[in-house]
Structure formats: C-alpha cells, structure tokens
Design a protein around this ligand. Structure first.
Ligand SMILES: CC(C)(COP(=O)(O)OP(=O)(O)OC[C@H]1O[C@@H](n2cnc3c(N)ncnc32)[C@H](O)[C@@H]1OP(=O)(O)O)[C@@H](O)C(=O)NCCC(=O)NCCS
Length: 193
C-alpha cells in the first residue's frame, strides 16, 4: 500500500548584494571550460541537471529534478520565461587530456524576477567532478553576467539540509534573507500485512 506523508522542508532564501561586490577572477582546473548559453544547449543543461540532482535531497523536494523528462520540461520552461537571462546561464565542460571526446559536467541558470533582482537556479555538478571548484566557477560566471546586466541582488533558495551547498553560497558572499518551509509529499510504502 502506498500513502503520502506531508513533511515541511526548511529552506533558506539567500541574497548577495551585487552593488558592493568585488568582481572575482574565475579559476577553473585545466581540462575544464565554461560554455555560454545557446538555444541548442537546452537538452545538455537538462541532462546535466538530471545526473547532478538524481538521488540528492532536492530531488525529493522537487521531484521533477529526479527525472530526466522533468528536467527537460523545467529547462524548456526556464528558457521560455520573459526573465530568462542567457548571460547568466552556463554549462561547465570537461575534456580529458588525450581524449577527443568531452562531457558537460555542470549547469546553472538565472531568471530575472523583479527589476534589479534575479534568481540563480538549479546549480548542479556531476558527482565525479565535485570538489574541484566547478560549482564555484559556475556561480561566479553567473554573478558576473548579472552584474554586467545591472542586476543589484542575486537571490537563490537552498534546502538547509544541503549543507555543502549552503556553505558554498556563504563562502561566495550570500547571506540568509528569509527562512521558508516548503510542504513536500514524500511517498512511503507500507508492507502488506
Ligand atoms: C552544490 C554543488 C553544485 C557544488 O558543486 P562543486 O563543484 O562540488 O563545488 P566546489 O567544488 O566549487 O565547492 C565544493 C567544495 O569543494 C571545495 N573546493 C573547491 N575547489 C577546490 C579545489 N580545487 N580543491 C579542493 N577543494 C575544492 C570548496 O571549498 C567546497 O568545500 P566545502 O564543501 O568544504 O565548502 C554540487 O555538490 C551539486 O551538484 N550538488 C547536487 C545538486 C545540488 O544540491 N545543487 C544545489 C541546489 S541549491
């Protein structure tokens, strides 16, 4: 038997004031590069998003992130939004030395929400490529894009349990502006008696 269990997940809304932001230099390990948005990359963003979020806490909070077709739908919706900001939307690409093939390994998007404010969304790095500064580089590239566009506040939401993501955002200067509770339906299976 299957029943739904409603739980509340604690999330932070974090903000970074770009008016007082010192433009950083983006450092990437050799073999990695950042790829700017192009409409032809929508599927690649969806693929990387799916493989980054699969099995992670946010795929329970937002079930669409744990399914490939959910990520595809999400990317098409983001791309179609009025506020979609291609200048702050990036892929990370890895090309191993000596190999002719490369793979996309990180993704980030941004959407303008109000005049002067934008949300950074759905940053994901494939598990194999984590802990090398790729997430940091993607966020900084997105922030540089927002800064260039004259956006004053960069905002994001993060699940508090996602400690490494919260730590990363804090290191980059984001501060908690609000605490939110999101109702999430978690599916449970009860053993037949
Ligand atoms: C959150 C996420 C995007 C971070 O990506 P990442 O590429 O691992 O990020 P970075 O490598 O820049 O930083 C991660 C850690 O590695 C460290 N690091 C960065 N560059 C490093 C380097 N060259 N050598 C060693 N460590 C490094 C960072 O200081 C950070 O350390 P910390 O966890 O102690 O704070 C990634 O874990 C992820 O995709 N998670 C699943 C999806 C998700 O939850 N996204 C966030 C939604 S809000």
């Amino acid at each position: 038997m299957r029943f739904m269990n409603l739980q509340y997940v604690k999330r932070f809304r974090m903000e970074l004031d770009l008016r007082r932001w010192r433009r950083p230099r983006i450092k990437l390990p050799v073999d990695y590069r950042l790829v700017a948005w192009h409409d032809s990359l929508v599927q690649s963003h969806a693929d990387v998003k799916y493989h980054s979020f699969r099995g992670e806490i946010d795929s329970q909070v937002f079930p669409c992130l744990g399914e490939l077709d959910g990520c595809e739908r999400l990317m098409h919706e983001i791309q179609a939004k009025d506020g979609f900001l291609p200048e702050a939307t990036w892929l990370a690409e890895y090309a191993a030395p000596g190999f002719s093939r490369s793979e996309y390994c990180g993704t980030i998007q941004a959407v303008r929400t109000h005049k002067g404010k934008a949300n950074i969304q759905n940053i994901g790095v494939l598990p194999f490529h984590r802990g090398r500064g790729i997430g940091t580089a993607l966020i900084l590239a997105s922030l540089l894009g927002l800064h260039h566009l004259g956006i004053r506040y960069a905002c994001l939401e993060v699940t508090v349990e996602n400690e490494s993501a919260v730590r990363l955002y804090r290191q980059l200067g984001f501060r908690t502006a609000r605490t939110l509770y999101k109702a999430v339906e978690l599916a449970h299976c009860e053993m037949a008696r």
